[in-house]
Design a protein around this ligand. Structure first.
Ligand code: AMP
Length: 461
């Protein structure tokens, strides 16, 4: 078997561009060679603690340069990296640890000792052979409907994804990526980190996205590319229009980008956000084109190598990007695939010209007296009104209809709920009109800004 390890692809930068400045982190600049040596030392330190190929290492850290050292070190040892959401607390951590059974668990308390051990090691790269089908990472799904499952992503999955994105979005060594996404999620890790290390451009890594500092970051770093989630784009709307001057490409994903926001952003910054669609289990599937129409409300066209079809309203995908299996869950893996196609759980449709539009998670579909209601349609409509800053529509139990839509609205200024309802009545079929409008201070969102609908206040039937 011919072995492909992601490190070989990263060597295009780690070794091929060793002298080039690669990373800005907290005022320091690291070359690719620095990162190569740091991760060699870290690999030696992890090996001394017993980490070998196939064993898991869980990492529970906020973004930092050591995060990158640990990830590269794990790959160099052929170990399986288990990134853990930094917002998780005891119960969630216990689940991931019990499920993935890592040999090492690295948290902020653990890190200084480990770093000291690494600094005492020689920068010698371990010699291991890893097959492309071996797991590089186990990434846990957000688990909003049931237990969080660990998706085993292989070296080949990550390679296919990054090679695709580098081509599709024309990422080149001259680019500068402002990376404010968490590295524990596929958006930051699979898109940000992997594209960077393969294409060899420059990254400024932030611990997190801070709306109040965003303008300054854009002005000082002058990124050419920005990867964000919709909530970040909502916040960027407050920045000066000139932040967009250095940027050739704004990419958005991980949650639906409201069509209204794409239009407002284009108007203000003169740049059309490129929306794409992916998920933990599949990395990136579908993307609006770099050249050609970036259609508002649509996630675009299948990426090269990815097959997409819609079966009974649900999007199915197949391709080299699709994960191998759920860790330790044969039954869940079996149920997730139909004849080799992965059932995404997302509702979607394909236009005659191939553009795919998503309507939300299948589990969020509302069925009121037998009528299907797609929350996204109502959310998009409500967002067209300036008094609505953010909105989530969710199904709530109803004694008569089984379920009804309820709108949770974050108001911009004064929001007359009765007036909103009138507007809905005038524009939407009656069964789609939210039964209730609940004004809330903020929507419950996860670390990627995705609304956690199961955490919205319940209404009694
Ligand atoms: P995660 O595994 O946390 O990355 O979540 C993946 C889910 O996020 C997908 O199954 C979709 O429901 C949603 N998602 C990701 N990108 C988009 C997008 N561009 N538009 C709508 N939903 C998206």
């Amino acid at each position: 078997m011919v072995a492909l390890n992601l490190i070989q692809l990263f060597d295009l930068s780690l070794r091929g561009r060793a002298e080039v400045e690669a990373l800005e982190w907290q005022g320091r600049v690291y070359t690719f060679g620095d990162l190569d040596r740091r991760s060699d030392r870290m690999a030696q330190a992890l090996a001394a603690r017993g980490l070998v190929a196939g064993e898991r290492i869980a990492v529970y850290l906020a973004n930092c340069v050591e995060y990158i050292d640990l990830y590269l070190a794990a790959l160099k040892l052929g170990a399986i990296f288990v990134p853990v959401n930094i917002l998780y607390r005891e119960r969630e951590l216990a689940h991931i640890v019990n499920d993935s059974r890592p040999l090492l668990f690295i948290s902020a308390e653990e890190l200084p000792g480990l770093v000291a051990e690494a600094e005492a090691c020689e920068a010698v790269r371990p010699v291991v052979t890893v097959d492309g089908d071996d797991g590089a990472a186990i990434i846990y799904t957000s688990g909003t409907t049931g237990v969080a499952k660990g998706a085993v992503l292989t070296h080949n999955n990550f390679a296919a994804n990054a090679v695709n994105l580098i081509t599709a979005w024309q990422m080149v060594a001259a680019d500068r990526l402002l990376l404010a996404l968490p590295l524990f999620h596929v958006h930051g890790l699979g898109n940000g980190l992997h594209c960077w290390l393969m294409a060899g451009f420059r990254v400024k890594l932030l611990e997190r996205f801070e709306a109040g500092r965003a303008e300054e970051e854009f002005f000082s770093f002058k990124p050419t590319v920005f990867f964000g989630v919709p909530t970040m784009y909502v916040r960027l709307m407050q920045c000066a229009a000139s932040i967009g001057e250095s940027v050739r490409l704004f990419v958005c994903g991980s949650a639906p980008l409201p069509a209204q926001l794409l239009e407002e952003f284009r108007e203000k910054f003169g740049s059309t956000i490129l929306e794409r669609y992916g998920m933990t289990e599949t990395l990136m599937n579908i993307s609006n084109p770099y050249v050609g129409e970036r259609r508002a409300g649509s996630v675009g066209l299948p990426l090269p190598g990815v097959s997409v079809k819609v079966v009974d309203g649900e999007v199915f995908v197949k391709g080299p990007n699709v994960f191998a299996r759920y860790w330790g869950r044969e039954e869940a893996t079996r149920l997730a695939f139909v004849d080799g196609w992965f059932r995404t759980g997302d509702i979607g449709s394909i236009a005659a010209d191939g553009y795919v539009t998503l309507a939300g998670r299948k589990s969020d579909l509302i069925i009121a007296s037998g009528f299907n209601i797609y929350p996204r349609e109502i959310e998009e409509f409500l967002l067209e009104h300036p008094e609505v800053a953010e909105v989530a529509v969710a199904g709530q139990p109803d004694a008569v209809k089984g379920e009804v839509p309820v709108a949770y609205v974050v108001a911009r200024g004064i929001c007359d709920v009765a007036e909103l309802e009138r507007k809905c009545r005038a524009a939407l079929a009656s069964f789609k009109v939210p039964k209730e409008f609940v004004l809330v201070e903020a929507l419950p969102r996860n670390a990627l800004g995705k609304v956690q609908k199961h955490l919205l206040p319940k209404r009694s039937a």
